[in-house]
Design a protein around this ligand. Structure first.
Ligand code: DC
Length: 232
């Protein structure tokens, strides 16, 4: 299902892991890095969002982990990865455009704390990254999904800065939300992602930390490219 740009593909395909909290700029820099390298962009959050989408579509309670786990064996989930966008096919239907609503966002955070969901999504992610040449972003890429990744980044930024970025994104996408609510949602998700028992959001010991609070996107990507170039 995946396409790879041949243009700048290097001889040895690296796995590049980018982890960090919501609103830190992972997707933006991961896409730019993938484009510059001619690599696949793997948005693992979209997979958790897809499970949340299905759970909601089926009317399964978000408080019932067993019922949520029971949805998984009846699910097919594929990702068509390109350098810019990951298209998500859930049970054969492209739901990419329906994954970034505030409702799916909140539910994805709850669903991602369920061990059975994380276990089920591991091989899905590893299959996409199996051939290398991939920039994968998420919360546990460097620690759990690809602990053998060639390059690992952990992005950080002040909560205020991240909430502002997320709020601007939501407003640009036509959602009418208050900044305070956006900030509460974002910090609530952070707390859940960092404190869950399975694969919490923590930096891999060998990850390179980058604080993006006051760095422009171009500077972050240039720094990452320099780190990657040294490993090619
Ligand atoms: O990156 P995102 O906002 O699209 O992720 C949605 C949710 O999925 C987020 O609350 C945490 C979870 N997630 C995760 O637990 N592990 C990942 N590798 C990616 C996302």
């Amino acid at each position: 299902m995946s396409e790879r740009g041949d243009a700048d593909r290097t001889k040895r395909g690296l796995i590049i892991a980018i982890d960090g909290p919501a609103g830190v700029g992972k997707s933006t820099v991961a896409r730019l890095l993938a484009r510059q390298l001619g690599y696949l962009y793997l948005d693992t959050g979209a997979l958790y969002r897809a499970i949340a989408w299905k759970v909601r579509d089926m009317g399964v309670s978000s408080d019932d982990p067993l019922a949520i786990a029971a949805v998984l064996p009846k699910t097919t989930l594929q990702m068509a990865c390109g350098p810019e966008q990951s298209h998500v096919l859930l049970d054969g239907r492209d739901i990419t455009g329906e994954l970034r609503t505030p409702g799916v966002t909140a539910l994805a955070s709850m669903v991602s704390a369920i061990p059975a969901v994380r276990e089920w999504l591991l091989p899905v992610q590893r299959k996409i990254g199996a051939e290398g040449c991939v920039v994968a972003e998420g919360r546990d890429i460097g620690t759990k999904v690809f602990p053998q990744a060639d390059v690992k980044f952990f992005l950080e930024a002040d909560a205020e800065v991240r909430a502002t970025r997320r709020h601007l994104e939501l407003v640009a996408a036509g959602h009418s939300v208050q900044f305070d609510q956006t900030k509460r949602d974002l910090t609530g998700r952070d707390d859940r992602d960092r404190s869950r028992a399975v694969a919490p959001l923590i930096p891999a010991p060998d990850a390179e930390h980058i604080d993006t609070s006051s760095l422009p996107v171009d500077a972050v990507v240039a720094h990452m490219m320099a780190v990657v170039a040294a490993r090619l």
